[in-house]
Design a protein. Structure first.
Length: 464
């Protein structure tokens, strides 16, 4: 087992240390004994948790934040070339390491499971982390969201398994050499980095090609993009391919998914035997994520019945249909969904949970490029709600694109029969929702930006 700190990582400086991916790597390094430092744009609970581990976290990006004795600067694709700390690193000749290379170095010598796909990565990685921990295997993990139980997105464990969320958005997942690779789905997204589905397939083929000889690819049998990828990689030598899903040809077949309120009961057919277990989040897509996790664990030699029982201990990830609270008979739930497929899946799951209730959605589009390419499909997804509020686009790392606004989504939603209200000032959303909601309704805040902050505000307004 390898758990030493790579030499270049002994005194790392993270630019954007509060990000989901960056903070996870920083936490693992701090737990391994590295002297971690970094900066972020604003104060946060993540910054506080890093300081509790001994890390130095500066607020704001200033050249002087980079210590003269830093052994490397870690960046993500979101860091711009004109960042003053990056410029200072060049002056000091401090090596610059991409987040994915840092993560790859932490996996060295361990049995890695890399979870990839256009959506569902965080949930599936989390399910594995929880189940393996429950079984006493003490895995290391790096996840793009905080687990509800441990309340963290990363941990350095003493076991020989490392579970990592593998990000395809900037092709960084091609840096890993997993023993087991999971591909949940393959769809066109991240339009700033991929011009076509062929480019997406090529990128995923490279990722699958990095699986160690004798390793396993666990891949969806029902999703068209995954099926096409399976066709393309079937002939790779020394690669075991295990398919899962509802298809009769799936190696691990999803026999039945039974909704139980905000949970599901899943029955699979594996090696000729039926196995039933509970998933503590609603929706068929989350059930499929759990089955992918089950298949990956079995590929590592873990008994299926033990793993199935342990998967039942998973209680969710923050922002993945997370119940934020209830006020005056109205439940407020938070969703990270920002791609039309994710939106549709979460809305259908909530529809199943709200059998006798109305579903109200507060949606914040994420990225101008994604809205430009998929705005119509986002609007069509919102037709699954009874009432929707649509906010302005959350830009994240992007500059505005002329003519690309939330109106693209609103027009498509109305054309699909949805009832939609445009709100340009997010601070007014609690009042807007209070005027719409009635006892028994479900309110879903949805998007990858700061729409998540509205949940508590909505609950407070409803209480008043």
């Amino acid at each position: 087992m390898a758990s030493a700190i790579p030499t270049a990582m002994e005194r790392p400086h993270f630019i954007g240390i509060g990000g989901a991916g960056m903070s996870g790597i920083a936490k693992i390094l701090a737990q391994r004994g590295a002297r971690v430092a970094g900066s972020d744009a604003k104060e946060s609970a993540t910054a506080a948790s890093l300081r509790a581990l001994g890390a130095t976290v500066h607020i704001g990006h200033v050249a002087d934040h980079l210590a003269d004795d830093a052994t490397c600067v870690v960046v993500s694709s979101a860091i711009r070339a004109d960042n003053p700390e990056l410029a200072r690193a060049a002056e000091l000749s401090v090596p610059v390491v991409h987040r994915s290379d840092a993560l790859a170095s932490l996996m060295g010598g361990l049995r890695a499971i890399a979870v990839a796909g256009t959506h569902g990565k965080t949930t599936t990685t989390s399910m594995l982390a929880v189940a393996l921990t429950e079984l006493g295997l003490d895995p290391s993990y790096a996840i793009g969201g905080d687990l509800e139980g441990p309340g963290t997105n990363a941990r350095h464990g003493q076991g020989d398994i490392f579970v990592a969320e593998a990000d395809e958005s900037d092709r960084s997942f091609q840096k890993y050499d997993p023993e087991v690779a999971i591909v949940l789905n393959v769809e066109l997204d991240h339009h700033a980095n991929y011009a076509s589905m062929d480019e997406i397939y090529d990128s995923f083929e490279t990722f699958v090609g990095k699986v160690v000889p004798g390793g396993t690819l666990v891949i969806a049998a029902d999703q068209p993009g995954a099926v096409e990828l399976t066709r393309r990689v079937r002939d790779l030598s020394e690669l075991k391919v295990v398919t899962y899903g509802e298809s009769e040809t799936a190696d691990v077949r999803v026999h039945k998914v039974t909704p139980r309120g905000l949970t599901s009961e899943v029955t699979v057919l594996l090696n000729g035997k039926f196995l039933t277990f509970t998933v503590s989040v609603p929706g068929r897509h989350y059930a499929h994520n759990a089955v992918a996790a089950l298949a990956a664990g079995v590929a590592l030699g873990i008994p299926a019945h033990n793993l199935a029982s342990a998967l039942g201990k998973y209680t969710g990830v923050k922002r993945r249909l997370q119940l934020k609270g209830e006020a005056k008979g109205v439940q407020v739930i938070d969703s990270y969904a920002h791609h039309p497929t994710e939106m549709t899946a979460d809305l259908e799951a909530m529809r199943g949970a709200a059998t006798d209730s109305r579903l109200l959605v507060v949606f914040q589009p994420h990225l101008f490029s994604r809205t430009q390419e998929l705005g119509k499909e986002m609007g069509q997804a919102l037709a699954l709600a009874d009432l929707s509020v649509v906010l302005d686009i959350y830009p994240a790392r992007e500059d505005p694109v002329p003519g690309v606004t939330s109106e693209l989504i609103i027009d498509a939603a109305k054309a699909a029969g949805a009832t939609v209200t445009a709100v340009h000032d997010a601070s007014t959303v609690p009042d807007v929702i209070a005027g719409m909601a009635a006892p028994g309704d479900l309110v879903l805040t949805m998007g990858a930006g700061d729409v998540t902050d509205l949940g508590p505000a909505i609950l407070a307004r409803l209480s008043n």
